[in-house]
Design a protein around this ligand. Structure first.
Ligand SMILES: [Zn+2]
Ligand SMILES: [Zn+2]
Length: 313
């Protein structure tokens, strides 16, 4: 069980390493009771294109960031409380394989693993953490999730009017309620989506009409908002895209690695893939720096890289 790793030296060391890789750009991650369950590289489908992201699964949060230097430096840290997370598997579709949706009330997106086995491992471990959290807190799973944004590439024309062709003048906008790509004219209204923001958010006319019919529409906001919307300079861009679109490192081929630190977890038996799971566990390894080879044994590739083991400096 994950509980076995609480307060273990190995766990503390790994969390400290994650913190140091994010440096000043990240939040403190070491809190009592927190366990780093696993980590790896997943491809996140961002607004413009899929991008590799370093992902850390803790027993209470999912943390991901942009890879500046593999296993050494990350930035653009995002933290998602696992209590709000719901996963749903995606069918393979062309180049998009081994994917699933990570859905939360504020943001939902697709990620893709390198292999079907990694997908199974990730989903099982994330789901187990979510279930454990909900079980402990007695809460029920979130039932409202933000729409997954349709990628820009997937829409050459407005998905509402079907007429406007996107170009440098006719810019793409995303409806915050349904996630479709729509033109400016078809998204010149805002509605309140309390799970996503305390401010009214851009929506398409279809969603506006739907919400209006239910009597929940929020009137147009002030002139600044309108100007922003007209110039297309509102917060339409995903922060991931804004900060990293020209990062040359993101384009480099990455060695996909994934590892989960807990062993002897009965829930993992369902994975039917014992080669990826440690039978020894970290408790037995203690604080020995030689823990690296044992840790690396359940890395799916690149097993020899000592940097992946979370050794202290
Ligand atoms: Zn339109
Ligand atoms: Zn909509």
């Amino acid at each position: 069980m994950v509980d076995r790793l609480v307060n273990s030296e190995a766990n503390n060391r790994r969390i400290a390493l994650v913190e140091s890789c994010f440096g000043a750009s990240g939040q403190p991650l070491a809190v009592p009771g927190r366990v780093l369950v696993g980590e790896g590289v997943l491809t996140k489908l961002c607004r413009k294109k899929p991008k590799p992201r370093q992902v850390f699964l803790f027993n209470d949060i999912l943390v991901y960031g942009n890879i500046v230097m593999s296993k050494k430096k990350y930035n653009q840290q995002h933290i998602i409380p696992l209590e709000e997370v719901q996963l749903s598997s995606l069918e393979d579709n062309g180049q998009y394989r081994n994917g699933w949706l990570i859905k939360t009330p504020t943001k939902s997106f697709a990620v893709y693993a390198a292999t079907a086995t990694e997908k199974t491992e990730w989903m099982a471990h994330i789901n187990k953490c979510v279930q454990d959290l909900l079980h402990k807190s007695g809460k029920t799973a979130a039932d409202t999730h933000a729409a997954v944004w349709v990628p820009d590439d997937a829409a050459a024309t407005c998905q509402h009017c079907q007429r406007v062709q996107f170009n440098v003048i006719q810019r793409r906008h995303h409806c915050r309620k349904c996630g479709r790509v729509v033109c400016g004219q078809c998204s010149n209204k805002k509605i309140l989506l309390p799970h996503q923001s305390s401010k009214p958010l851009r929506c398409c006319l279809a969603c506006y009409d739907e919400v209006s019919a239910a009597g929940n529409a929020t009137p147009q906001t002030d002139k600044n908002d309108l100007r922003e919307m007209e110039s297309g300079s509102d917060d339409d861009s995903d922060i991931d895209d804004a900060a990293t679109s020209d990062d040359p490192n993101s384009a480099q081929p990455l060695q996909q690695t994934m590892m989960f630190y807990e062993g002897n977890n009965t829930a993992d038996a369902s994975l039917n893939n014992s080669s990826l799971l440690s039978g020894t566990g970290d408790a037995a390894q203690g604080s020995s720096p030689t823990a690296a080879p044992a840790d690396a044994s359940h890395t799916s590739s690149n097993a020899a890289d000592p940097a992946s083991s979370g050794q202290a400096d």
